[in-house]
Design a protein around this ligand. Structure first.
Ligand SMILES: Nc1ncnc2c1ncn2[C@@H]1O[C@H](COP(=O)(O)OP(=O)(O)O)[C@@H](O)[C@H]1O
Ligand SMILES: [Mg+2]
Length: 461
């Protein structure tokens, strides 16, 4: 059953249920009709028993012979009624001619209810009554043929037997047609879905305004396409940017090598060329390492090993490197880290890298004579590390983008300083991998503050 198309399955279930319901209906209608025939005939028979009772009561005082005669007259008047009367000993007092042919048994024991009896294939309904007159009692049996009624009942049965299967056939056909019609829009969705590929990721399904499962399905599908398209665009952008960034150093190294190889050079010249190539290589391998890290992070392959650590120690580590950077550029460097440990769950290596990225930027984008500050504090269950500088600041329109890959607010200036715009993307990923967050406030010409918020944990463990 599972392997049949859903329309067929729906129709099959629907037909089975309908068949059961219609059969139950047919059987109960048939039985009810038979019952009501019996009740009607029984009612008529009871009336006739009443007549016979009156007759017996009126005549019993004159003896059985009188009763017999009256019964005969009565029976003849009624046009050969099916009537027989026995006395208490079981002797027939009167039997109409047609009745004696039937050989209807006298009910045994206390059974007096009406019953159905067949004689040579003709059905009769028989009713019994005991009539007491003084010490004498009579058993009256009156019968009525049922053949006319049963014929009607039979015809009714035939009509049911023929019409129910025909009805079922029509209903199944209608059901199949309906389920095909109801499912047709899904086929349409499937076809559209099939035609959507990388080339036309921006096409969407037409959403029917039916406020039902179809509308929800189309909307869900379109939502999925939208997310896929955004993700796909991000990946293509990333690949394009990455290749672009790699092209420059590779071109530089190639030119450098080609120039050196054009003719024989002195050792000093070779050395100079190699030094330049080496510097470019260093940059390139740094870039490749960053790209790999981001790619692995996207893919979910880069997993940090978090363990309890003192945030103060990690920040102090990063600061000692940062201090060297700022001294080279005549920038004053200040750190304010509490003496008591600030416990967090951290991958110390990764977290140090995050703070180095922030300090490196602060120094890079702050002119000589400026000031860089690193502060650690706790706030409401979080450890907050702020890296503040008095540098060039970031324009409001650039602020939302600085965490994007390859985004540089001031392309020329940051290119000179060797950045490609991946530092903050990596920093953002590291903060999130620590269940933390990173945010930035800045004003152009006055400086910037980057704030990393990490969840605190209780004590060492
Ligand atoms: N402290 C800062 N002051 C001013 N601008 C900053 C600062 N930190 C980051 N930026 C801006 O954000 C951009 C992205 O930073 P980042 O991802 O580290 O890339 P980059 O490799 O250029 O340093 C930088 O190019 C710069 O324009
Ligand atoms: Mg940077």
């Amino acid at each position: 059953m599972k392997s049949f198309p859903i329309q067929t399955r729906l129709t099959a279930w629907y037909s089975i249920i309908l068949a059961v319901v219609l059969s139950l209906f047919g059987v109960s209608a048939y039985l009810e009709m038979r019952n009501s025939i019996h009740e009607t005939v029984d009612e008529a028979l009871r009336d006739r028993v009443k007549g016979v009772r009156g007759l017996i009561l009126r005549n019993s005082q004159y003896g059985d012979e009188d009763v017999k005669r009256e019964l005969r007259q009565h029976s003849e008047l009624a046009g050969g009624a099916l009537l027989q009367v026995a006395d208490r000993q079981g002797n027939w007092l009167y039997r109409s001619a047609s009745m004696s042919d039937l050989q209807i048994p006298i009910p045994s024991g206390n059974f007096r209810g009406p019953f159905t009896f067949s004689s040579s294939k003709v059905p009769f309904r028989v009713t019994n009554a005991e009539i007491k007159v003084g010490s004498q009692s009579y058993l009256v049996q009156i019968a009525a043929p049922l053949d006319d009624f049963y014929e009607a009942l039979h015809r009714f049965g035939v009509v049911l037997l023929v019409s129910i299967p025909i009805l079922l056939l029509f209903a199944a056909g209608g059901g199949y047609w309906l389920s095909r019609r109801a499912l047709a829009p899904f086929d349409q969705i499937t076809q559209t879905a099939r035609s959507i590929g990388i080339q036309n990721l921006s096409s969407r399904l037409v959403v029917p305004q039916t406020r039902d499962v179809l509308q929800r399905l189309s909307e869900t599908f379109n939502g999925m396409l939208e997310r896929l398209e955004a993700a796909f665009r991000k990946i293509t952008q990333f690949t394009a940017d990455a290749s672009h960034e790699l092209r420059t150093p590779v071109a530089v190294m190639r030119t450098r090598a080609e120039l050196s190889l054009r003719k024989t050079r002195t050792v000093a010249e070779y050395r100079e060329a190699l030094t330049q190539i080496h510097a470019e290589l260093e940059k390139t391998s740094g870039l490749v390492e960053k790209l790999m890290l981001l790619a692995r992070a996207d893919y979910g392959a880069e997993v940090l090993q978090l363990s309890s650590a003192n945030l103060g120690d990690i920040v102090r580590d990063a600061c000692s490197q940062g201090r060297t950077l700022s001294e080279n550029k005549q920038i004053s460097f200040h750190e304010q880290i509490p003496d008591s440990p600030v416990w967090i769950k951290a991958d110390a290596h990764a977290l140090r890298r995050l703070f180095l990225i922030l300090i490196d930027n602060a120094v890079k984008y702050t002119p000589s004579g400026g000031r860089v500050e690193v502060l650690v504090a706790t706030d409401n269950g979080s450890a907050v590390t702020a890296v503040r500088d008095t540098g060039i600041g970031i324009a409001a329109e650039d602020l939302p983008n600085v965490f994007e890959r390859f985004y540089r607010a001031d392309k020329a200036r940051s290119r000179d300083s060797g950045g490609v715009g991946l530092g903050l993307s990596i920093g953002h990923w590291i903060a999130e991998a620590h269940a933390g967050s990173i945010e930035v406030r800045s004003s152009v010409g006055h400086g910037s503050v980057f704030q990393v918020r990490l969840p605190l944990v209780k004590g060492d463990s």
